[in-house]
Design a protein around this ligand. Structure first.
Ligand code: F8G
Length: 237
């Protein structure tokens, strides 16, 4: 198939977050991560359980297949068989994430969502981040408030910040000191462009190009998962 969009590349990159997950609870926040989790379930990860973020488990076609209210989500968080893909108003080079407030904590200029599940998620199980607009406002030298805990803080054995997927690139923390590394740039994006949109130096040794979705994946995205192309509203470039 031709004319693959940036949003479709991001959906496939989000599906790849769940590679090898098996019977794990996927908690994707945002449309593109949600499409990615459902795509993974339909292709490589048939045992993936996909949460709606509220009280249900859903099939890829959004039919309810299980009941999972918050109190039960906390059981799974503590157990660890969960991979959450959260958003981030700010994220720094060691994967600290902020969804709480902007500015000085005593007098913030913006009150955001609060800490929500971020601290508990990041110390208990695998966590990834989705950033639909990669820019220096989000990728900061130091987050104003730590909601999700990064690699440079005291963390236990279950801390696992896996990847960051953005509208420009895929990044991870697979470096000796867990500083953020550029894994791949999406087709049409340069390494320089990603660096310019990031406030701290990225480790960028062996950067590849993010893969295109397969024909089967494109068919699934376009006809079964998101026939109204709502994904294009979340990712413009
Ligand atoms: C900024 C910046 C910035 C924003 N710098 N300014 C300004 C400067 C912006 C606007 C204003 C607002 C397990 C679990 C849970 C649960 C379970 C337990 C979780 C029970 C569920 C419930 C719970 C957490 C899940 C997410 C968040 C997903 C997003 C955001 C967003 C947009 C990032 C996309 N850097 N940034 N401003 N939640 N959502 O100019 O100014 O601030 O800006 O896991 O909860 O409790 O626990 O953010 O901000 O993952 O990521 O939606 O908040 O909408 O509107 O852009 O315009 O008003 O002047 P936003 P935005 P102004 S897990």
């Amino acid at each position: 198939m031709s004319d693959v969009t940036r949003a479709e590349i991001c959906v496939a990159a989000c599906a790849d977050l769940f590679a090898g997950a098996g019977e794990t609870l996927a908690s994707p926040m945002g449309l593109v991560p949600s499409l990615g989790a459902r795509l993974a379930r339909l292709t490589t990860e048939p045992d993936l359980l996909v949460s709606d973020g509220e009280a249900f488990l859903l099939t890829p076609e959004s039919t309810v297949e299980g009941w999972l209210p918050y109190r039960k989500v906390f059981d799974v968080v503590a157990h660890g068989r969960r991979h959450v893909v959260m958003g981030a108003n700010q994220v720094d080079r060691f994967g600290n994430q902020n969804i709480s407030a902007i500015g000085d904590h005593a007098r913030p200029t913006r009150q955001l969502l609060g800490f929500r599940g971020a601290p508990g998620n990041t110390i208990n199980h695998r966590t990834s981040y989705w950033v639909p607009k990669h820019g220096t406002r989000v990728f900061v030298e130091k987050v104003d408030v730590v909601s999700g805990v990064g690699y440079d803080r005291a963390v236990g054995p279950f801390h696992d910040i896996h990847r960051v997927v953005t509208n420009l690139a895929v990044l991870d923390f697979a470096t000796p000191d867990h500083a953020m590394r550029l894994v791949s740039v999406h087709p049409g994006v340069s390494v320089d462009e990603v660096q310019q949109q990031t406030s701290f130096p990225l480790v960028a040794g062996n950067v590849t190009e993010t893969r295109l979705p397969t024909d089967e994946e494109l068919e699934l995205i376009r006809t079964r998962l998101d026939p109204d192309a709502k994904r294009d509203r979340e990712v413009r470039s």
